[in-house]
Ligand binder design. Structure first.
Ligand SMILES: *Cc1c(COP(=O)(O)O)cnc(C)c1O
Length: 378
């Protein structure tokens, strides 16, 4: 039997430990020192956001976003059910009510045509999730939000180095959130960033991230003592994490290029199976530049999907599926509501298989995966 092919491998660039060692010899090991500043500058330069702030996860960045846009008990937030828990949980922590809308059949993103039906007098925000690093239809979503006076928080956890009509994901709405979790494209083990695009939110975003204090202004010498200003928490990572992350951000383009090569290889080789009607490959609209965050295929039904997953696992290949739609989960049923039917959400989540993909996955390993797929549909 061949060696096991992992679903994901956390790729390091080789510079992480050097930078961490260097960080220990600098003046500050807590957050917002030398490496954090480098990361902030990189994120601002590469996304065009007004202010980038490292957090200890994308979850934390989403929780900051909920505080920043003043979510109060009973406020409604429109989002997909087909997403990771944190998209919803961050708002539920403030007493908000996620309102789930169905996804598009092609990109598996929030279906912008269904958003207006979900809007009520209690709606405060829309949270588009850029699934697989492929952008939601942002022009339409922004236009709806402006017309109804709603905030837009982009869950761009999977979206670094991907764009929509030339704009980096996370830089289009009022606020964006990145993840640097080890399963994402650019990593620091756990980690994330808040992108603040609305310049009016910048001062409060620094306060919320620093335990509700104006310590950031104090460090810049703008005030001579810092005090408790409003509700916040400790959302900033230490310099050790930032040093690791800097080693990744410096090489973000090459890490992305390597993923894109593996993605394209799967996509070329699966063309004929799609032509035979065996499966459906990812669809990337022409206005979207994706980042090869994931490669997935959609099968005809759940039974077929589960048999394929078993086949892959038997051969030592870890392929996975996701998400259990949030509206059907125990907490989702308790804290959220649904707008309209979620038929596409349910159907796509039952038929999806994610194939192994990481920067450095070789064609020889991909061939092993592809061979199993080819034999399965023979
Ligand atoms: C990974 C992910 C998150 C959570 O990111 P963490 O950094 O692990 O908190 C949130 N939303 C989506 C869509 C994700 O894929």
């Amino acid at each position: 039997m061949s060696d096991k092919i992992l679903f994901n491998r956390a790729m390091t660039t080789g510079r992480e430990l050097d930078y961490i060692l260097d960080a220990t010899s600098r003046e500050r090991l807590a957050g917002d020192g030398y490496y954090t500043k480098l990361c902030h500058q990189w994120l601002q330069a590469n996304t065009g956001c007004a202010k980038a702030l490292l957090t200890h996860s994308c979850t934390a960045a989403l929780e900051m976003a909920a505080l920043l846009i003043d979510i109060k008990p009973g406020d409604e937030i429109i989002m997909p059910s087909y997403t990771f828990v944190s998209t919803a949980n961050a708002f539920v922590l403030r007493g908000g009510i996620p309102v789930f809308v169905d996804i598009r059949e092609d990109t598996l993103n929030l279906d912008e045509r269904l958003i207006e039906d979900a809007i009520t007098p209690r709606t405060r925000a829309i949270v588009p999730v850029h699934y697989a690093g492929v952008a939601c239809e942002m022009d339409t979503i922004m236009e709806i939000a402006r017309r109804h006076g709603l905030k837009v928080v982009e869950d761009a956890a999977q979206g670094i180095m991907a764009s929509y009509k030339g704009h980096q994901l996370g830089s289009i709405g009022d606020i964006g959130a990145y993840s640097f979790h080890e399963t994402k494209n650019i990593i620091s083990g756990e980690g994330g960033a808040l992108l603040v695009n609305d310049a009016e939110l910048v001062v409060r975003s620094e306060i919320i991230r620093e335990k509700g204090t104006d310590r950031s202004r104090f460090f810049r010498g703008e005030i001579d003592k810092y005090t408790w200003q409003e509700v916040g928490s400790s959302f900033l990572p230490s310099e050790l994490i930032a040093a690791f992350l800097w080693a990744q951000l410096e090489l973000a383009q090459s890490l992305t290029d390597r993923r894109l090569a593996s993605w394209a290889y799967y996509n070329d080789r699966l063309r004929s199976l799609e032509a035979k009607g065996a499966l459906r490959r990812p669809i990337v609209p022409p206005e979207c530049c994706h980042n090869a965050h994931m490669y997935y295929v959609l099968l005809s039904d759940e039974a077929n999907r589960d048999t394929l997953l078993d086949n892959l696992r038997e051969k030592g290949i870890s392929a996975v599926f996701h998400y259990v739609p949030l509206h059907s989960s125990p907490a989702g049923r308790r804290y959220s509501r649904v707008s309209g039917e979620l038929n596409t959400t349910i159907s796509q989540s039952e038929r999806l298989v994610r194939l192994p993909l990481w920067a450095g996955l070789g064609e020889a390993q991909q061939d092993q995966v592809l061979e199993i797929l080819e034999r399965f549909f023979d």
